[in-house]
Ligand binder design. Structure first.
Ligand SMILES: O=P(O)(O)OC[C@H]1O[C@](O)(CO)[C@@H](O)[C@@H]1O
Length: 420
């Protein structure tokens, strides 16, 4: 598969893109060099090529067991230990068990609601934290671990708890070793927001019935498609360059727009990926997520006539999984029978074209990415496309796209206030 990329040609000229050829060539060689691989957490870059097939088999086995003994499954984690799996589940889950996500906020209401939902069901959990110390995750884990132990006794509860964390470090690794939980590893050279193609997200996906081998196949396909140092033929690098050109033209906000509601969490995953990677040293594009046509009726006003510091990146799905005809009635009071030969997706396409034209005319540049379908291979491909585009964007901007020093400050303040 491939991601097709188009952009507003009257706002960005091909020559502007071409002028980045040399920079891209150097960044490509740097990212793929042995030195950089040893210096930076770049384990994700060749992961689709070298991943451990045995581990995928083990994930599938564990997922099979959990799917057969659980009506509900709770995936506990935040940020990179949450958003990728939720994105996949919302896009592709088709059957049971019910999947809940916890440990991603401090809301007492939210956690109580999940407790209420699973209290009369057989359930199991996985707790995901690379550092093993994230407070949101750790306290939610306490709640559900306690519930499981009270319900099933310690021995059976143990078989319903999976811990996904660093190989050696952190409190979660310590607990898992002490209690004898089954564990999977988040490789130390892959940061949280780049960890979708590791057990961090793959286990939850597999429990949701998603074919993780196909996800990896899509990522492998993307790995070879975007392993080309030539800017002209590499859509992933072209996307990074377009963003950089627009940033330099004063477009400091990028909105990722989906027309499929099931892709909302893919947008949120993308938002963390780019926000945490680029937003530092007083630099970076602010990533925002919009859902069309819903938000055309609210934020569409801003995009059309508001400050001219925004650009749009639209993800268009060529063949959405479902469609429906527009119903036709004899009396036709609302005068809608003229749509009789159309489907919902036909109208969505027309809304897409109409909004894109209007926004471009209003001075908001549009990059459009087209994917063939919402399915496993496309998901894996898109994840890899965005991860690599994000790393290249960070290098173009001159920031380290793999750290997040700003997030640590919030944690420090919170712990001080909690009197730890
Ligand atoms: O997997 P962990 O260590 O719990 O971290 C979760 C998330 O928290 C952050 O560190 C931010 O606090 C993200 O970078 C990360 O994805």
């Amino acid at each position: 598969m491939k991601i097709d990329l188009n952009f507003s040609k009257d706002i960005i000229k091909e020559e502007e893109l071409d002028s980045y050829e040399g920079d891209i060539f150097s960044i490509h060689n740097c990212l793929h060099s042995k030195d950089e691989y040893e210096r930076m957490p770049l384990g994700w870059i060749d992961l689709p090529e070298r991943y451990d097939g045995k581990e995928i088999e083990n994930i599938k086995k564990t997922a099979y067991r959990l799917r057969s003994n659980s009506q509900a499954f709770i995936s506990i984690g935040i940020g990179g230990s949450y958003l990728g799996s939720r994105a996949a589940v919302e896009m592709m889950q088709s059957d049971s068990p019910e999947i809940y996500f916890s440990g991603n906020n401090f809301s007492g209401t939210y956690i109580q609601q999940i407790v209420n939902k699973v209290k009369d069901k057989d359930f199991s959990i996985c707790v995901i934290s690379k550092s093993g110390t994230t407070l949101e995750t750790a306290i939610a884990f306490r709640v559900f671990r306690d519930m499981l132990e009270k319900r099933y006794g310690k021995a059976e509860a143990k078989d319903r708890i999976i811990a996904i964390t660093d190989k050696n470090k952190g409190a979660l690794r310590e607990i898992a070793n002490k209690e004898g939980y089954e564990t999977f590893e988040i490789p130390s050279n892959i940061g949280g927001r780049y960890s979708v193609l590791t057990p961090a997200a793959l286990l939850t996906m597999a429990v949701a019935g998603i074919n993780i081998e196909e996800v990896m196949k899509g990522a492998r396909d993307a790995y070879s498609s975007y392993n080309d140092p030539k800017l002209q033929s590499n859509n992933c690098y072209r996307y990074s360059v377009l963003r950089n050109i627009l940033y330099k033209k004063g477009k400091h906000i990028e909105t990722l727009i989906n027309y499929e509601p099931s892709m909302e969490y893919f947008g949120k995953w993308w938002q963390q990926l780019f926000g945490e990677s680029e937003g530092k040293e007083g630099k970076g594009i602010f990533p925002a997520v919009l859902q069309f046509s819903t938000d055309l009726h609210s934020m569409g006003q801003y995009l059309q006539e508001g400050s001219k510091n925004v650009f749009e990146t639209i993800i268009k799905v060529k063949n959405p999984p479902e469609d429906m005809n527009i119903p036709c009635f004899d009396d036709d009071i609302e005068r809608l029978n003229y749509l009789k030969d159309m489907t919902f997706n036909d109208i969505s396409n027309i809304a897409y074209k109409g909004a894109m034209k209007a926004h471009e005319e209003g001075g908001t540049p549009v990059i459009s990415l087209e994917i063939p379908a919402i399915e496993e291979q496309c998901f894996g491909h898109m994840v890899y496309f965005m991860e690599k585009a994000c790393a290249v964007s960070g290098y173009l901007l001159g920031v380290n796209p793999f750290d997040q020093p700003g997030v640590e400050l919030y944690k420090k303040n919170m712990h001080k206030l909690l009197d730890r």
